[in-house]
Design a protein around this ligand. Sequence first.
Ligand SMILES: [Zn+2]
Length: 411
Amino acid sequence: MTRLVLTGVNLLDGTNAAVGDRTMVLEGERILAVGAERPEPREGDVVVDLAGRTVMPGMFTCHFHSTYHELGSKPNTPYGNEYPPSYQALIAARNLRTALELGYTGVVGAGGSNDVEGGVKRAIEDGLIPGPRFWASSRELSTTGHSNDGVPWHWGMGASGAVRLCDGAESFRLGVREEIKRGADVIKLFVTGGHGTTAPKDRIEMSRAELAAAIEAAHQRGVLIRAHLVNKPAIMMALELGIDIVDHCDEMDDEVIAALVETGAFVVPSLHFPKHFLGFMGSGLGFAADAIKADLNHMYAMIPKAQAAGVRFVLGDDYGAIGFPHGMYGAELRLYTEHAGVTALDVLRWATRNGAELARRGDDLGRIEPGRLADLLILDGDPTIDIGVLADRPPAAVLKGGEVVAGALPG
Ligand SMILES: [Zn+2]
């Protein structure tokens, strides 16, 4: 088998600080060797001198709505039914390809419309379309009358599209099982209002029995389960019941941090959307702007504490919402390093090691070590020195399973 030998590598392995002048050998879809030594040359080796360019693991984005496009811009359309399902599949294919080209070789869904994500994932795996490794999401499971259950105009129509309504523990159990049957790798629940929804953030929209049944049903089938969780009582309840991923986590405090560390649950702070929304809407938000600012400042203060305590953060946000298009992913890296006091090295660990662990692939993705899959980025600079190398432009090359899927190898 032809080997690809990369020399002159500035190595960011997903855990440690950068180290220069390494050599990497890739064979097939995996990393064969990495270190200071050059391997004995073998006939047929393809040798590429990276001349000090950085190689790092492919990134994960772990809160992704592949089917969303200008969501919320058509107020008289039921949530997640703005376009027919076939059209949504094309939107999803485009968004996933964009993520791959920008260096996200792993994407974890956080709510998709009309069973589209399971089918699109299969099309990627079958080689029909290019795309990242994809963990398909269910529709959002939530209760009747919750904030995404139709605007008043739709008073007589249950939510559909991006939402599956469930009421009562057995209804949630059935909902989880059916979504898994339809291709979901991760179940999304809406437990509270707040963080971009019209319901107040202190509202809890699922009962304890409903939440427990949903989590149990997902775990019985070996599927991840995540929830939109903003207020502290709901976060604590979900952690106690075994939720895998806390989306938003706005009311994080010392007690929440302790529970997150104890349970090992992952947190997607997803602060890019509220920050962008604030800039986008400006003074049009009135008093709401102060509340969003206060929530952001609270999280900017809590994240370094949580990081130091060992909470596992990951990247991801509500791209596809109104005024917040897919493709703006890089600015997240800037946000956490420039506003939330996270070092560039730590935010890269969120993007690589933590993302792979969230997807339960920490054993073969997210880090650079012999034997692991060669999902790699080649960058024209070191993002731990200048995050803009990764935040402001696409990688020079993106490799998925040892194959160049975007950009090109130098020379
Ligand atoms: Zn979301």
